[in-house]
Design a protein around this ligand. Structure first.
Ligand code: UDP
Length: 327
């Protein structure tokens, strides 16, 4: 079996990636400090607790498992927090990734798949974003991810560390078999908050802004099913293994949905009313974030076939009703 080191494998996207890797014949080795992840979510391979900034521990893991590649998900990812505590983001995300990349190079593990974000593009409202767009992040989270992208390019030039960078749009949904799913504490994302409101775990969903320059006044996002997203990572890993070289891919479908459209679909899928309150804009939100790239479909052969609102909300709802992780 081929080991793949999965940093952040106990988190939402990382745990789905572990399932996809194990289905594809790899052994995912989760490395996670459980700061936002859940040990219960590690179901498809070994678990090693540790921080990205702990070089001695990383050296030990590389020596013990001899992974052939790294999938790097571990990161802090809350925009608001990154503005209040940027030092946390520069330390955990940037210094942590630097330490990981140095350990990988020292171990001779030279293929890395990296979890980046459309937040690196910043606020380019009404532009369909492709990989060639300028990157001017407007928050410390996006800035930290852009810095890691820059490090990867330098590490390739100097040390031959090959990489596939995926810039995610809005990830949603859950494993249709509900073995793993989305569970953040605190939760800040639209769909899980809405499901909480639907089944009474919170009073109502607040719509953040109804005066945007969009057809119904609410923000538009490009939602991707988490299972489609992680499938792209397996394709990206195989791309590197085939020697096809370093590359950046957006992961979005190119179709945007407004907050009100997501609410309507959620009511339809769950057959329940969604209690809503209209509130002011949330600082830092862009009007519209939609991918304008077909690179992943054309070149990687990616087919985001599960990324319909109906399936994303349906799978998230099934997971929501089936229980959660415990610390
Ligand atoms: N949103 C909302 N109410 C909430 C959470 C989110 O109206 O309680 C909106 C948010 O303003 C954005 C969209 O839903 O337009 C998606 O937000 P989310 O936090 O899920 O992802 P983001 O786009 O910030 O990465």
């Amino acid at each position: 079996m081929t080991n793949v080191l999965v940093t952040g494998g106990a988190g939402y996207i990382g745990s789905h990636a572990c399932k996809a890797l194990s289905k594809a014949g790899y052994t995912p080795v989760t490395y996670d400090n459980l700061s936002t992840g859940w040990e219960d979510a590690v179901k498809f391979g070994p678990f090693e607790k540790g921080c990205l900034t702990d070089r001695a521990r990383l050296d030990q893991i590389f020596a013990a498992y001899q992974p052939q590649a790294v999938m790097h998900f571990a990161a802090l990812s809350q925009v608001g927090e990154s503005m209040r505590e940027p030092g946390l983001y520069w330390h955990n995300n940037v210094a942590g990734s630097l330490c990981l990349m140095q350990a990988a190079v020292a171990a001779g593990c030279l293929d890395l798949v990296f979890s980046s974000t459309c937040a690196t593009y910043g606020d380019q409202d009404n532009v369909l974003l492709d990989e060639g767009c300028a990157q001017y992040p407007i928050n410390a989270y996006g800035a930290s991810k852009r810095a890691i992208e820059d490090m990867l390019r330098d590490f390739e030039a100097a040390y031959g560390l090959r990489h596939v960078i995926f810039r995610y749009f809005n990830v949603a949904g859950a494993d249709p078999e509900a073995e793993v799913g989305e569970f953040h504490q605190p939760e800040t994302h639209l769909i899980p908050l809405m499901l909480d409101a639907i089944d009474g775990k919170r009073d109502a969903l607040t719509i953040f802004g109804t005066d945007y320059d969009t057809p119904d006044g609410t923000c538009i996002r490009d939602y991707v099913h988490v299972c489609d997203l992680v499938e792209a990572h397996v394709l990206g890993l195989n791309w590197l293994k085939e020697g096809r070289g370093s590359r950046v891919f957006n992961l979005g479908t190119g179709t945007g949905f407004s907050v009100r459209e997501v609410i309507e679909q959620s009511a339809a899928v769950t057959n329940r009313a969604v209690p809503i309150v209209e509130g002011p804009r949330r600082p830092g939100d862009c009007t519209r974030l939609v991918s304008g790239s077909t690179g992943a479909t054309a070149d990687l052969g990616w087919q985001p076939g599960r990324s319909t609102l109906t399936q994303m909300i349906g799978d998230a709802w099934r997971w929501h009703q089936s229980g959660h992780y415990a610390k």
